[in-house]
Design a protein around this ligand. Structure first.
Ligand code: FIX
Ligand code: ZN
Length: 486
């Protein structure tokens, strides 16, 4: 019989299990090294993450007297800033948030954790001591000397993310009544056929083998935004083109399902999103029913939804300008009840929605809750949310995802920014972010889980180390795999 844990041993056992578990990252924006410069990494990318650009513009003067393009030290407008080369942007973020101020925020601390764990702590401290810009040259040189594939391996090892048992080409789906059979699943990308700069990598022939570290997910935001014009231009551009109709959308989605064999379909819902199942519903609801849910059912694919972002709350800040709303989730109840054979993976952006989401997950076995997303990805909110989820869902949820990013929109020259609906698809996130996002999440989850176990022991439950190991495995990806397999 397994040795039982005494209350004094719980903290150390939980800390070890959470530190060592190989997690599954169920949603990232990373792309494989074979996608060339769509895989972002390095000091300039870390510092120009849109979370940090938003923090930079909180401390910049509201309106600058001078023109920052001609006057070197003048404060830039967001538009000037995005027109600068990446290294110049990064130097300014570093000066304002790390040199003039203490990098206390979660996103700033993330840069410090990442560099320290990559063994760059001394270079970071030396950079802060330099009297003027450029301060980041040594760090930049170090990243430039790394090979992309080796660096990806290093980052995955440091972040303790799972290896895949099989590469994408070996994975098989069984399109039977919404059920799919996936076994070992590592970090999941976000793949966007609607973004031509990504699509071209998937249509190249022959396809280079995909690293087993990354799995595909088919991102379909324009469908839920109801961006019919954008969808039509994509249908027209396909080779051969698809009809500009619901049937054309279905054929297009299926073409991409065959091409990249995704683990799930995914979309962020637009602000105010609602779904009313009527024959003559609004465009987004029609596309949801007529194309997305149909493909989900026919191809046996789950649908992942991210709910609560308000795109372009301050459009000048581009990706850094998105906001949050408290969403009405009654449409999610309608979907879960109306489509029992479709599995829904859902995360919400507003802390206020977390409780209702837990209640829904208790009601519907086809709903799986995952991660603390973006504005909820702060230790204080991760702690509260994880505690509530443990109390309401036991181990039947996925405690975190990283949202680590790899594509870039911020370095476009001024005036060439993509249209808002395309901009929404092109968010930058950086490979190295995996290091801090997973380190900080593990740190936040550990005391919450330990406290829950202590209460259980006090209530009289016999707990073994093997129980803790099993539970931690579930919370960091096992429950997600079980959900996909059921
Ligand atoms: O929709 C999404 O997948 C979001 O994660 C992004 O749009 C967002 O910009 C982000 O990076 C949040 O972490
Ligand atoms: Zn994301």
């Amino acid at each position: 019989m397994a040795k039982l844990l005494g209350i004094d041993a719980v903290d150390a056992v939980v800390a070890r299990c959470v530190r060592d578990v190989e997690a599954i990252d169920v949603h990232t924006h990373l792309l494989p090294p074979t996608h060339g410069n769509l895989l972002l990494w390095g000091i300039d990318e870390l510092l120009t993450y849109h979370y940090l650009v938003a923090e930079l513009f909180m401390v910049m003067p509201c309106v600058s007297e001078e023109d920052s393009v001609s006057v070197g030290d003048a404060a830039p407008s967001p538009d000037d800033f995005y027109g600068w080369p990446k290294p110049r942007q990064a130097e300014l973020v570093f000066e304002e948030l790390f040199v003039k101020r203490t990098p206390l925020s979660e996103a700033c601390r993330g840069v410090v954790t990442t560099l320290s764990r990559l063994g760059r702590g001394e270079q970071l401290r030396a950079a802060v001591r330099l009297p003027s810009r450029p301060r980041l040259t040594a760090l930049r040189d170090w990243f430039a000397a790394q090979d992309a594939s080796d660096h990806l391996e290093r980052v995955f090892r440091l972040s303790k993310l799972k290896y895949a048992g099989a590469g994408a080409a070996e994975r098989r789906r069984e399109p039977v009544n919404g059920a799919s059979s996936h076994t070992s699943v590592p970090t999941v990308m976000t793949n966007i056929p609607f973004a031509p700069e990504e699509a071209e990598h998937w249509t190249a022939s022959p396809q280079p083998p995909l690293t087993p570290r990354l799995k595909t997910a088919l991102r379909v935001d324009p469908m839920l935004v109801g961006d019919w014009r954008g969808i039509c231009s994509v249908l027209r551009r396909a080779s051969p083109p698809h009809p500009l109709s619901m049937e054309g959308c279905v054929a297009y989605l299926k073409e991409w399902v065959r091409r990249i064999r995704p683990i799930y379909l995914m979309a962020s819902t637009p602000a105010g999103f609602t779904y009313t199942p009527t024959a003559a519903g609004p465009a987004a609801a029609e596309l949801l029913e007529g194309a997305l849910l149909r493909v989900a059912m026919e191809e046996g694919l789950p649908l992942a939804l991210k709910v609560g972002a308000v795109r372009g709350a301050n459009p000048a800040l581009q990706a850094g300008g998105d906001g949050v709303e408290v969403s009405r989730l009654d449409w999610l109840r309608t979907l879960c009840a109306g489509y029992p054979s479709v599995k829904f993976l859902v995360t919400v952006l507003s802390a206020v929605n977390q409780h209702e989401l837990c209640v829904l997950a208790r009601k519907f076995g086809n709903l799986h809750v995952y991660g603390c997303w973006w504005f909820c990805n702060n230790p204080s909110i991760i702690e509260t949310t994880t505690r509530m989820r443990l109390e309401m869902l036991g181990t039947a949820f996925t405690c975190q995802h990283s949202d680590a990013r790899a594509r870039d929109s911020s370095s476009r020259p001024s005036g060439t920014a993509p249209a808002p609906s395309r901009r929404r698809l092109l968010r930058a996130q950086v490979l190295d972010q995996l290091v801090y996002k997973w380190a900080h999440s593990r740190e936040a989850v550990t005391p919450v889980l330990a406290a829950q176990y202590r209460k259980l022991l006090e209530a009289g439950w016999p707990l073994s180390e093997a129980d803790v190991e099993r539970d931690v495995g579930l919370l960091f990806g096992g429950a997600y795999e079980e959900f996909l397999a059921k």
